[in-house]
Design a protein around this ligand. Structure first.
Ligand SMILES: C[S@@+](CC[C@H](N)C(=O)[O-])C[C@H]1O[C@@H](n2cnc3c(N)ncnc32)[C@H](O)[C@@H]1O
Length: 406
């Protein structure tokens, strides 16, 4: 078994330092409690103002502290939870590695960059189990309908995929992990503008994936498609999560007037030029409400114009095994005339047994299991992690070698 030895720092398992006032607040917080459950003298000033003195209560406190419940999935992980989410049992905020566990990243996936950059990369990611579920639904559809031109053998096969707005690669890992009856995806290229994200992708995927570090608006889709070794109409899967700040609650709902809102149409420009058989496009739930639903209607009309059947569903990551109640809008498209791909059925449920689900939600405690306690940890100590990503990539390399031989 491949494994590697890492320092806690390399593993991004370092707690944020806090001042005595914040530490007092953290110490007083019990499981599941938030700022308002603390004695008033421990409240953050902004919180006191909004709760006690703002007659309209329009604003929100800028410090929403909560101690995570080990039995429950967490609320949505963002780049800003590192001064909000308190560890269930230790008196500190969670580390980027713990947030990465909530997002479903494997332990040997290592992030590049400063602490702030790593926090952003982890917070922006699509939870891996959610991506696995969406990509598996596509594989199942491909297996059933055998789209013309896709190399699907009796034993399955490995279909090329192209990733846009790849970030730190959460969605990519999910696409790589998805399986259906021997059928899987091989991510050939990732396109991403942020340098640290690209360094993270290169560090983990090595030379097995082309990482294109460029602003998508300046790219020519045919050049990027070339890297996948396929021509227009031949790409099995295009996937990505265009930036969502313009629509997210944290953003100011500027929607398409914000240049980041336009990037969804960059994704669709790639669909138009590359004409993949399938696409998966992820975005924030709030997209549905932008401009009274106008943006969503515009996107739907464009997908239809491009000749794709599609479903757009609000999916909750916890329903697919992530320890996080993160809801995302997921578009799955398929080139006409193939029938639409249905949303993946939930595998997990709040009470364990729902109509479709078999498992109870994964709680934060289970997600953090096995991580070194930081109560008295020497930050220069090391730990050994199993190299799941390396194993997976080397398995895929063996598969490619086999394919080249046959
Ligand atoms: C929501 S994040 C994607 C997260 C990713 N899907 C994951 O699972 O880790 C959106 C990404 O789009 C990238 N991005 C923003 N503008 C871009 C542009 N003009 N060209 C290429 N990438 C861009 C951002 O740097 C960010 O990493």
């Amino acid at each position: 078994m491949l494994s590697r030895t890492l320092s806690l720092r390399e593993f991004s398992h370092i707690p944020r330092r806090v001042g005595p006032k914040v530490q007092k607040r953290i110490n007083a917080l019990k499981v599941g409690q938030k700022m308002q459950d603390l004695p008033e003298d421990l409240w953050h000033d902004s919180f006191r103002y909004y709760v006690k003195e703002d007659p309209n209560r329009n604003g929100g406190p800028n410090l929403r502290i909560i101690r995570l419940d080990p039995q429950r999935p967490s609320l949505t992980v963002t780049g800003y939870v590192f001064n909000k989410f308190v560890h269930p049992a230790e008196n500190r905020y969670i580390t980027p590695r713990e947030a990465a566990r909530l997002q479903g990243f494997p332990d040997d996936f290592l992030f590049h960059g400063t602490l702030t950059s790593v926090q952003r990369q982890v917070g922006n990611a699509v939870p891996v189990p959610l991506a696995v579920a969406a990509a598996s639904a596509v594989l199942e559809h491909a297996q059933r309908h055998q789209p013309k031109g896709l190399a699907i053998g009796k034993d399955g096969g490995c279909l090329p995929a192209l990733s846009l707005f790849s970030g730190a690669g959460g969605m990519d890992i999910g696409v790589l992990q998805a399986r259906h009856q021997g059928l899987s995806f091989d991510v050939k290229a990732c396109l991403e503008v942020d340098h640290d994200c690209c360094a993270t992708l290169r560090r983990n995927f090595g030379s097995s994936v082309h990482v294109v570090e460029q602003d998508i608006t300046t790219t020519e889709p045919m050049d990027v498609l070339d890297l996948c070794g396929v021509g227009p109409g031949e790409l099995p899967l295009l996937f990505g999560g265009p930036p969502c700040q313009a629509f997210s609650q944290a953003g100011k709902q500027r929607g398409t007037h914000d240049p980041r809102g336009q990037l969804i149409f960059e994704f669709l420009r790639y669909v138009e030029r590359a004409r993949p058989v399938y696409f998966i496009m992820e975005n924030v739930a709030n997209l549905r409400g932008v401009a009274g639903g106008e943006l969503l209607r515009e996107i739907q009309a464009e997908i239809d114009r491009l000749g794709y059947h599609f479903t757009s569903n609000l999916l909750c990551a916890a329903d697919y095994g992530a320890a996080q109640l993160r809801r995302r809008l997921v578009f799955i498209g398929v080139r006409k005339p193939l029938p639409a791909v249905q949303a993946p059925l939930p595998t997990h449920g709040d009470d364990g047994e729902t109509l479709w689900s078999h498992h109870a939600y994964v709680g934060v405690g289970e997600a953090f299991a096995g991580l070194p306690s930081l109560d008295e940890a020497d930050l220069d100590s090391t730990l050994t992690v199993r190299s799941a990503i390396r194993e997976q990539l080397s398995r895929r390399e063996r598969y490619r070698t086999r394919c080249r031989r046959t």
